[in-house]
Design a protein around this ligand. Structure first.
Ligand SMILES: C[S@@+](CC[C@H](N)C(=O)[O-])C[C@H]1O[C@@H](n2cnc3c(N)ncnc32)[C@H](O)[C@@H]1O
Length: 305
């Protein structure tokens, strides 16, 4: 990261703070590449972008004729007390709209369509029905919000579309678990796969993705894929193995400048450390009695031998 004109820029996607880890980065890339290969078209939507880690990756997959809509409160007030508590506990110290914009524009020429508001505004005709192919739900993790976000995704997605829900099984997010499995039980949401953090589903045919996903991941030594049946439907469990690295992602436009600044800082640090050590040796020689200096020199010679 570098501080230029009062803004801190990321050099790589890993420099953008967030909760978007290697296995899910691989799965996002896999679904988006599949959609590309199959000629699946449609818009992209993300509810909950924080500082842009997942949004920046998604932004690489938006085609000419498609839109990418992001909805986040950023530094606006939350619509209710529970949501306000969530924002205060997890995001308020670090999140501003300017920080998101700065991060996103470090990797892309233009911002996506940003709606700075609670996600429930999307239910109010802001999203064209059956127009989206990928929706990432990662905003409030409270049941009342998530169940509404799932309904927005259902209305927005085309039959081939994929919805991804974050934190569907964490101890601190029971509301997401309740909403996800309620949607499976009563809203016809069909699971495709689950990872440690995220649930991948569709309102179309999950098998169109599952066979290929299983085949592709089984060939990867850093991933394991297991098959389960849940309420009579197939579901894949995807696990990362030690050593899994996130997929390659291009550097930001500031990469060269930041690396040059870091190299210069390291060079200056090494030079001043060397100067400090010479000064310390000279001082010791001047201040210590000759008998102590000789003893130290002898000990150092013995250690080197
Ligand atoms: C977990 S973070 C998103 C992480 C991001 N997707 C990533 O991968 O790094 C959740 C985000 O949801 C936003 N948020 C929380 N409640 C919201 C609400 N009711 N409507 C819109 N955004 C909300 C927060 O401002 C925060 O940026």
């Amino acid at each position: 990261m570098t501080a230029a004109q009062g803004t801190t820029h990321p050099a790589t996607l890993d420099d953008v703070k967030g909760w978007f880890f290697a296995v899910d980065r691989h799965l996002f890339v896999w679904f988006l590449e599949q959609q590309k290969q199959r000629g699946t078209t449609g818009n992209l939507i993300e509810m909950g972008a924080y500082l842009g880690r997942s949004a920046i990756l998604l932004g690489d997959y938006v085609r000419e004729e498609e839109t990418f809509t992001i909805c986040d409160l950023f530094d606006s007030d939350a619509p209710d007390a529970a949501n306000s508590g969530e924002m205060a506990a997890s995001y308020r110290k670090t999140l501003t709209r300017d920080a998101f914009d700065g991060n996103y524009l470090a990797f892309h020429d233009e911002l996506p369509d940003v709606i700075q508001a609670p996600t429930f505004v999307l239910a109010d005709g802001r999203v064209e029905p059956k127009s989206a192919r990928f929706v990432h739900i990662d905003a409030s993790h409270l049941y009342e919000h998530v169940i509404g976000d799932i309904a927005v995704a259902r209305d927005a997605l085309t039959p081939d579309g994929v919805v991804v829900l974050d934190d569907y099984r964490s101890e601190h997010t029971p509301g997401v678990s309740a909403a996800v499995w309620e949607a499976v039980a009563t809203m016809d949401l069909r699971p495709i796969a689950v990872s440690f953090n995220k649930f991948y589903g569709t309102w179309g045919d999950p098998e169109q993705y599952q066979d290929q996903l299983k085949a592709d991941l089984s060939a990867d030594p850093h991933m394991r894929v297991y098959q389960e049946d849940v309420r009579g439907r197939r579901l894949l469990r995807v696990r990362s193995m030690p050593g899994l690295q996130p997929p390659e992602f291009r550097h930001s436009r500031y990469y060269d400048e930041i690396r040059a600044q870091q190299a210069e800082a390291a060079r200056l640090h090494a030079r001043s450390s060397a100067a400090r050590s010479i000064r310390a040796k000279r001082l010791a020689k001047d201040l210590l009695p000759p008998v102590a200096t000789r003893a130290i020199r002898k000990a150092m010679q013995e250690r080197r031998a």
